[in-house]
Design a protein around this ligand. Structure first.
Ligand code: ZN
Length: 292
């Protein structure tokens, strides 16, 4: 069998603080991070996507287009348009994911294409490391990777307060930068679905995993990072941010920031009280997932 590639996968909803975590983890030279690798083909082929905003377009976090980036440029050249990394899933495929996860039987590994493995291999050719960090977050992608016996997964389920998640998806600034704005209630429901699936996956997949609450992480980074140190057998310095970071997608503001970790909870002041109350009531059954 081909050599196994170790992949640390950040799982969870969008806007959950994965960029910050990605930046901290990739300071360790044993890790090479690609950011949200599920967007690779969208960035490479400059395809329009509802999540690509007007400010960052299809640029790497180093502000260059992929083909001009010192890291991704080499990968794009070697790939030569051959790889097909999946980003969009049909309704039927989504349904199959749910069936696969909720069936009593063990998940049977099925045949997969070589694209994900080959992309990881190219990433390691350009920058050799012990682990690849993939912060795509999408549970469906995690399942795709799981089916490849050549990929060994280490999962970090990152979870942020659902009210903060819903607040960030309905901000008016989203419209200005050209990405879709979502209604508060819809985002709350989406948050419940994504994290329910993520928790189910952790139970069902035969892969080591840890759960990190974003708010707890920001309050006690030194404490929380220990879970990831145990998972990966590596050491991290939460005060060190990777100066040379070549990440696809992700929150650019976080990437530019080079200050100590601070918990910003704008949603607490900026969400009108009836909405906040609604959020608190709807999320009440899931309070165990939140910061304690
Ligand atoms: Zn770059």
């Amino acid at each position: 069998m081909a050599k196994q590639i170790k992949v640390i996968y950040i799982l969870g909803g969008g806007h959950s603080g994965s960029t910050l975590l990605d930046k901290i983890l990739s300071t360790n030279p044993a890790i090479v991070s690609g950011g949200e690798i599920s967007f690779y083909c969208i960035y490479r082929d400059k395809v329009e996507h509802p999540k690509i905003n007007r400010l960052t377009r299809h640029r790497c976090s180093c502000q260059k287009d992929l083909e001009k980036c010192p890291y991704w440029g080499k990968i794009v050249t070697a790939d030569n348009g051959r790889l097909k990394i999946k980003k969009n899933y049909t309704l039927g495929e989504n349904f199959n994911v749910i069936v696969e996860l909720y069936r009593r039987k063990k998940i049977k590994k099925h045949e997969v294409t070589n694209s994900n493995y080959d992309l990881f291999k190219l990433m390691l050719d350009v920058k050799p490391a012990q682990y690849i960090l993939d912060s795509s977050k999408d549970p469906r992608r995690l399942l795709d990777l799981y089916h490849d016996p050549r990929i060994k997964l280490f999962v970090i389920h990152l979870i942020r307060d659902g009210r903060s998640y819903a607040y960030s998806y309905q901000k008016p600034v989203r419209k200005k930068i050209g990405v879709k704005q979502y209604c508060y209630l819809r985002s709350l429901v989406e948050w419940i679905i994504i994290n329910t699936i993520a928790i189910r996956q952790i139970k069902k997949l035969d892969a080591p995993a840890v759960t990190i609450n974003y708010e707890t992480f920001c309050r006690q980074p030194n404490q929380e990072i220990k879970k990831i140190e145990k998972l990966t057998n590596l050491k991290f310095d939460v005060n060190k941010h990777n100066p040379e970071h070549h990440s696809i997608s992700g929150n650019y503001k976080t990437l530019e920031m080079n200050k100590p970790i601070k918990l910003v909870e704008k949603w607490k002041n900026k969400t009108p009280w009836p909405k906040k109350l609604m959020g608190t009531i709807i999320l009440f059954p899931f309070r165990g997932w939140l910061d304690k």
